[in-house]
Design a protein around this ligand. Structure first.
Ligand code: OSB
Ligand code: MG
Length: 368
């Protein structure tokens, strides 16, 4: 596989509604759409999912562009590739910067799948043709949350995730449970608590949540293990798991009972699959996390979530959950609570060139 060109497209789009967490609001989403082309003229696509500011992890759109331009693309140029599984090793001389790496690595997976006329799902070892779809409610008012839940259930979503923090937890969840006593709900704290809040978190056992996601420090494994011993609700880790080794340690320590796998956070599809395979072997359920992403990353997530260990509906929602118009065609839709896994080669979606041009902030092309 000889890659002859890499194109970086920085785009920006407003969200349909602001996405609110205790860490701030996302109203506009910047992202990087990468196009790589081989010597036969076949192109693969990847998406950089870092945000404009470093609120979720330390990466940003600008750090990603810096890493891609000055280090990662030159590394890709250096060695001929036989298989996309080799990319993460090739990029391993760069520490972390996982979202920048994943943007490039996932494009190589798409390109490889297309040049072998295989759906990406098949290439990864996927076994499902339908993905159960969940959605996230991220607002600071109970009234809005109840309205959004009603709408999303009407749209067919099978599981709801709500954002919580010490200012919005017990009373908030009580009110939701009053209207929806049986609904599969999980709560994501994005590290809003510390171990001193243990009694506050223990009280949330009252709500029969599917799990509580990342209650403590974004880089913690140890205190989550202490907390898990004290609460009934399963802990799911998100921010803390940035590699296969993190997943292994968290499971060995008993820091979580579930893992949210995000391709960008762990540096690509190869590492995501390794984490999946390890968890599957250990009987730890996993689900696919979301990054308020555009269609390219959404398509990579769909392929990943077709693997057998993704037994819980993840944050894979329809394109219209966030966007007036997505940058892929067709858009991702949810029908009867499921997203279809495409059966055409690669990610199975085309780029909507008109939408890409409309939302483009800047573009850079590298000829290798
Ligand atoms: O913590 O899971 C998270 C979105 C951006 C950054 C972090 C998180 C999220 C979500 C998923 O909650 C939203 C989605 O894309 O569906
Ligand atoms: Mg999370």
């Amino acid at each position: 596989m000889k890659i002859v060109a890499v194109e970086l497209n920085v785009i920006q789009m407003p969200l349909n509604d602001p996405f609110l967490t205790h860490l701030g609001a996302v109203k506009n989403r910047e992202g990087i759409i990468i196009k790589i082309t081989n010597s036969d003229g076949v192109s693969g696509f990847g998406e950089g999912v870092a945000f404009s500011t470093p609120w979720y992890t330390e990466e940003t759109v600008k750090t990603s562009l810096h890493m891609l331009t000055d280090f990662l693309i030159p590394l890709l140029q250096k060695t001929p590739l036989n298989h996309p599984e080799e990319v993460s090793q090739l990029l391993s001389s760069v520490r972390r910067n996982n979202m920048a790496k994943a943007a490039l690595e996932t494009a190589v997976w798409d390109l490889f799948a297309k040049s072998h006329s295989l759906p990406l799902s098949n290439l990864l070892g996927g076994t499902r043709s339908l993905i159960a779809s969940g959605v996230v409610v991220a607002t600071d008012s109970t009234k809005n949350a109840l309205q959004q839940i009603e709408q999303y259930l009407e749209d067919g979503y099978q599981r709801i995730k709500v954002k919580i923090n010490p200012q919005q937890d017990y009373a908030f969840l009580s009110e939701i449970r009053r209207f929806y006593p049986e609904l599969p709900i999980m709560a994501d704290a994005n590290s809003a608590y510390t171990i001193k809040d243990i009694e506050r978190i223990k009280a949330l056992d009252d709500f029969n949540l599917l799990m509580i996601e990342q209650p403590l420090g974004y880089d913690d494994i140890l205190e989550h293990a202490l907390l898990q011993k004290e609460i009934k609700t399963p802990i799911c880790l998100d921010e803390s798991i940035v590699s296969y080794d993190d997943a292994r340690k968290a499971i060995e320590f008993g820091s979580c009972q579930v893992i949210n796998i995000k391709v960008g956070r762990v540096g690509g599809l190869y590492e995501a699959k390794r984490i999946h395979d390890y968890c599957f072997e250990k009987g730890i359920p996993v689900w696919c996390g979301g990054m308020i992403e555009f269609g390219v990353s959404r398509a990579h997530n769909i392929a990943l979530a077709s693997l057998p260990g993704f037994s819980i509906p993840g944050d894979i929602s329809a394109s219209n959950r966030f966007w007036e118009e997505d940058i892929i065609t067709p858009e991702v839709t949810v029908e009867n609570g499921f997203v279809k896994v495409p059966s055409s080669p690669g990610i199975g979606f085309e780029i909507n060139e008109k939408r890409l041009q409309e939302t483009l902030l800047c573009k850079e092309k590298f000829v290798l």
